[in-house]
Ligand binder design. Sequence first.
Ligand code: FRU
Length: 502
Amino acid sequence: GKVCPSEPFRPHVHFTPRALWMNDPNGLVYAAGEWHLFYQFNPVSDVPGNISWGHAVSPDLVRWTELTGEGNPAIPYDGDTELIFSGSAVVDQDNTSGLGTPENPPMVAIYTSANATKQAQSLAFSLDNGRSWTKYEGNPVLDEEQKEFRDPKVQWHTPTRRWLMAVALADDRKVRFYSSPDLKEWTQLSEFGPMGAVEGQYECPDLFPLPVDGDLERLKWVLVVNVNPGGLQGGSSAQYFVGDFDGERFVADDQDPKAVRWLDYGKDYYAAVSWVGAPDGKRYMIGWMSNWQYAAKTPTSPWRNAMSVPRVMSLRSRPDGGVDLLQEPVPALASTLHRTAEPIMTAATLNVSAGGAAVVANGCDGAFLLEVTVSLVDGATGATVLVRAAEDGSSGTGIVWDSEKGELAVDRRKSGLVDFSADFPGVHGAPLPYASLADGKLRLTVLVDEGSVEVFADGGRVAITDIVFPDKERKAVVLRAGGAGGAEGERGSVVFADVRVV
Ligand code: FRU
């Protein structure tokens, strides 16, 4: 749906604070009909510092109401002595912590108290659905005299009837698991790592179960470990492991210490964590849509940085016995876009011959969701979808499929403003072997908002998230036969079927 923006690059269907600096999502909990999104927030400026928690709520994970703002964070930093680093939140339904009452169970935030010499885990609690917060007087509740020990993710572990925490020993590239009966006393259970991508620090771990092919009898556990730097495209990135968790220890299926599975192949999906307490039992994740390489330099004002669209996570079995982790934008996204405006295009099919291009939609300068099924015919080897493009296709953000390379990439070199950081322009590719596509067709779902492009390919098996800063003139969607190379030597044609733009 087309909506007129009032501030350049202010997204329509992605959360941004009205003003000031934001990084990681924190305290993702569903309670009393509301999805809570807390986040790393500087209540006085638009660069990192004075880190506190900001807060927003949503009825559907798409429309957000910001409850905090300048000088008014949810959980405030305290001078140089305590920054409120990342963490999680739970509803302590049985009042195990004693911080509420049986009639009014507390919402409890578990965060990292950070200063120049130490990081330890602390609690704050709210008795009014997260509107006001009190720091627990017995803080910190988990202090191992560590300097790089942060980002506790707490959940209720039903089989063992106790609280479970995953927390990062950032420099050691380890995730530690702890248990607690009351959120105050923590006992170490086990350690995981170093494994996978270990060049940077481990940050913001998350652990959650998912049914394979929707079968609740076949649960696997997913351990998400964010890393910075040393990410796939440089800077920060999220990786994950699939395995088993017995209540004490997580064991990855793939024991190769160097095997890396990236959650997203773009450059702007970091500190990804999931909601606890979803009423439908599903698993929703969100990431910070930026990268520590340039997050403090992005050309937006008066705010800096946005969250990704929340994603529904699932596991699908592969013919070879492995499993794929899939992600799709939350269902409320499409209905929100529908409510805002009439669909721009429904179910068109276009046949484009080698080297040719078709402008399928113009005037797309708000947020829109593009769906298309791409088939390569008679020897064609690639196809490109350009969004936020000039009508002649000379500039824009490319979603480029190269079947010979077996790769899908987002190319933002000509996306608009790119020169605010040498680390920004680039091509961000994901492996997508032709043979892995069930019927040789590539299904794409692309969410374009004022400042971002999120690509979900083949049912969400591949996700690529990149922020972009296009100028107002770039409003076209262009479908082109041909991949990364020029038109030269291209053969055959490309069928773009079931093109929908809402
Ligand atoms: C990840 C991170 C966390 C830390 C927070 C500080 O982006 O570095 O490890 O808690 O940001 O704002």
